[in-house]
Design a protein around this ligand. Sequence first.
Ligand SMILES: Cc1cc2nc3c(=O)[nH]c(=O)nc-3n(C[C@H](O)[C@H](O)[C@H](O)COP(=O)(O)OP(=O)(O)OC[C@H]3O[C@@H](n4cnc5c(N)ncnc54)[C@H](O)[C@@H]3O)c2cc1C
Length: 403
Amino acid sequence: MGAPLTISVAVVGGGPAGLFAAERLAQSGCAVTVYEKMPSVGRKFLMAGRGGLNLTHAEDFEAFAGRYGAAAGWARPMLEAFTPADLRSWAEGLGQPTFVGSSGRVFPKAMKASPLLRAWLARLAALGVTVRTRTTWLGWDAAGALRFATPDGEITERPDATVLALGGASWPKLGSDGAWAAWVGDVAPFRPANMGFDTAWSPVMQGFAGQPLKGIALSFAGRTVRGEAMVARYGLEGGAIYALSAPLRDAIEAEGSATVTLDLRPDMSVGALTARLSQGRGAASLSNHLRKALKLTPVETNLLREAHGRNLPAEPGALARAIKAAPIRLTGAQGLARAISSAGGVRLGAVDERLMLRARPGVFVAGEMVDWEAPTGGYLLQATFATAAWAARGVLAWTSRQA
Ligand SMILES: Cc1cc2nc3c(=O)[nH]c(=O)nc-3n(C[C@H](O)[C@H](O)[C@H](O)COP(=O)(O)OP(=O)(O)OC[C@H]3O[C@@H](n4cnc5c(N)ncnc54)[C@H](O)[C@@H]3O)c2cc1C
């Protein structure tokens, strides 16, 4: 009996999805080459690290699995097979212990991606994974071989199986530009996800750009999100608005604008706020009164004026209601260039239950290039890793059947 043949796998795209699929496949004995168009791998992963690298979320699994909207049912078996706990122990195995931060978000203690990526690349090298950078996938030739542009000219490869992990289409300057959609086929158009929204701030409010609105609640279309937002010159950005970005984006596309309701003091009832505001204002200006009675910051007071008009009600009850429900009319969404992630990508119906393209046997997909979307909070990276693990498993199942 001869030695078993080694399965060769091309992983196209060196983001977290590609690197994790490569790791799993190499651990199973495959000969893996990662092809990456940029001069180095993991650029968006490193960018995510600038915000602390929110790897996953510690909330109850049912709540977690529900975060993927229309793709929740599709993603569930993959999230069950590679859970948030699995992702945490994987990071731990690379010398990066994690902790649960505010509102259940999970971060590496180092609060950055670079040490994790360094240890990860060392592990991949030890597993024999080859990484070819500056190598851009151009699609398939007529015979079905993978075509790549390299600094030394075009090459073709014929691996036993392929994992495409090309990312979505946000922040294209980091590498994932969605150009592959032209030749992969059956791809839903890319749209920004987890992005900021435009509003017509006055010049005074624009002067508060970069200032946070902490501990607020935002409501839209029956959903309320607690968290933080940031005033930008163009409008609002930050976690709380990102969490509502999918319904807001859809409403603006359909109706031209959407009005989000901001509660500046979600922990206090209208009654409690009224009681505080009723205690002697004396000769204080309204902004001083709001600062003393409720610790409203200048950006918060100005936001109330933007929402309700310069002359805020003096009557405590009406003022309390204004603080609990400031309407902000959003007129546009920021584009893909600065969105945290993108919606769209390879349609769920274009892949089988192993994440293999129905139209291309032996070609699997993983990560953000598939048409699912999720809010920030660690859900993006968790699904990126879980789909990569699933695609790797699919490759092993498929190649063993072909042998
Ligand atoms: C500013 C920012 C902050 C973020 N913070 C977080 C966070 O804290 N938590 C979280 O969960 N998520 C976060 N994300 C999202 C997260 O980084 C992505 O969801 C994740 O990187 C997707 O992984 P991926 O491997 O699918 O795609 P990518 O990371 O985009 O990797 C795809 C790779 O494919 C390469 N590629 C593309 N086309 C080709 C081609 N034709 N040939 C060869 N290579 C190609 C690209 O260069 C890229 O390296 C953040 C994103 C941004 C932009």
